[in-house]
Design a protein around this ligand. Structure first.
Ligand SMILES: [Zn+2]
Ligand SMILES: [Zn+2]
Length: 395
């Protein structure tokens, strides 16, 4: 692959920035990406792709059928923003109060459009098919699961899938790869400790759920340290505790809400059953009742090691081996996991950090922003991955 690719990408740089800023200024939440999905489909149509709309409500799928037969490769972007105000004072800041692209999904959409622009300009060189998946609601809505259920990986059947997330902890120009597990299973639990309310001065005739909750919190935090193999990973965080109204009242009940993260199903089930056992044990020891609800969220994201190797190899050709890092899994969640449950593929990181420009804030921060150099960079990486997988030998 020679200079032509770099030149073509350089030529689209301003266009990429414009696309990204347009999306950034008009953020939409999960399953409400109406304008974004319209914008995406219009571009895909302009590029001459087969476009399908309406999957998982606002999802868009584009297909480029190569002139010669071959395998089908899919790439995926998420389109949703977050319910928060943007604090950045930039000309392209969010124009919608209470909504912000603070996770970089605007960049993901832009990068995929850039890849579509490139391949649609060289249809004669494509063998096999390229499918573009733009899904709604990654931020908790599980848009990816619905896209899979509605058949996005069929017609034509997808042989391999690739996805990426911009990564503010890695400098722009670098790629991070997970060999296998990349992101955690992210589940949620709700506990109710049901005591008996009464006057704070007569605790002996009531059952104080606040005291029981104190013991419960301590005991829950012994699970990861005492029940999980130290060589495995797990996180339990209780994010909300609610109960009580005044200093002189013992409340009837206390509710706790938390999240559980794990990198394999064995630890996942172990954490679930231990939290339940500990809750029941604590409630029993205080002669109280309890309720335990566990809600399974996104599964563990498991890359196919061969496909991760392919990503590393393809990216190295453009940026050198020294700029491709194998990174440790994160305990965050990502609904790309649903695609990887069905077809081999790899999910990787695109560095978007630039300390000199002050672009250092983590995602979901009201100050999050990307170095826009990640846009042409991301386009190049995806093109190289597709080139490698479909054996196109683009020059
Ligand atoms: Zn996010
Ligand atoms: Zn995200």
């Amino acid at each position: 692959m020679g200079n032509t690719l770099k030149e073509k990408i350089d030529e689209m740089k301003n266009w990429l920035v414009e696309i990204r800023r347009t999306i950034h200024m008009h953020p939409e939440l999960g399953f409400e990406e109406v304008e974004t999905s319209k914008f995406v489909s219009e571009w895909l149509q302009k590029f001459g792709l087969d476009v399908k709309r309406g999957m998982a409500k606002t999802g868009v799928v584009g297909l480029l059928k190569g002139r010669k037969p071959g395998r089908t490769v899919a790439i995926r972007a998420d389109m949703d923003a977050l319910p928060m105000d943007e604090a950045n004072r930039v000309p392209y800041a969010s124009q919608i109060k209470g909504k912000m692209h603070a996770c970089g999904h605007d960049a993901h959409v832009t990068i995929l459009l850039g890849v579509a622009k490139f391949f649609s300009s060289i249809p004669d060189q494509v063998k096999g098919n390229i499918k573009w998946i733009f899904q709604p609601a990654e931020e908790g809505g599980g848009g990816g699961r619905i896209m899979v259920e509605e058949g996005v990986l069929k017609n034509p059947k997808v042989d391999a899938i690739f996805g990426a997330h911009v990564f503010p902890f890695l400098s722009v120009g670098k790629v991070g790869i997970y060999e296998r597990e990349g992101l955690a299973a992210a589940d949620r639990f709700t506990i109710k400790i049901i005591g008996k309310g009464g006057h704070a001065a007569s605790p002996h005739v009531s059952k104080d759920p606040i005291l029981a909750t104190g013991h419960l919190i301590t005991q829950i935090h012994s699970i990861v340290s005492r029940n999980v193999n130290p060589l495995e990973s797990g996180v339990i965080t209780i994010g909300k505790v609610s109960g009580g109204t005044a200093s002189n009242i013992i409340p009837d009940e206390v509710e706790l809400i938390g999240t559980v993260r794990s990198l394999n199903s064995q630890v996942r089930e172990e954490l679930k059953s231990r939290i339940e056992q500990v809750t029941q044990g604590i409630a029993r020891s205080f002669s109280m009742d309890c309720r335990f609800d566990f809600e399974y969220g996104y599964p563990v994201l498991v890359n196919n090691p061969e496909m991760s190797k392919l990503v590393g190899l393809a990216c190295s050709k453009g940026i050198g081996k020294e700029n491709v890092e194998v990174v440790k899994p994160s305990m965050g969640g990502e609904d790309f996991a649903y695609y990887l449950e069905k077809v081999p593929g790899s999910f990787f990181r695109l560095g978007c950090r630039n300390e000199e420009k002050g672009l250092i804030h983590p995602y979901h921060s009201s100050l999050f922003d990307i170095d826009e150099e990640v846009l042409p960079f991301g386009v190049e990486m995806f093109i190289r991955i597709i080139d490698q997988y479909l054996e196109l030998e683009i020059t």
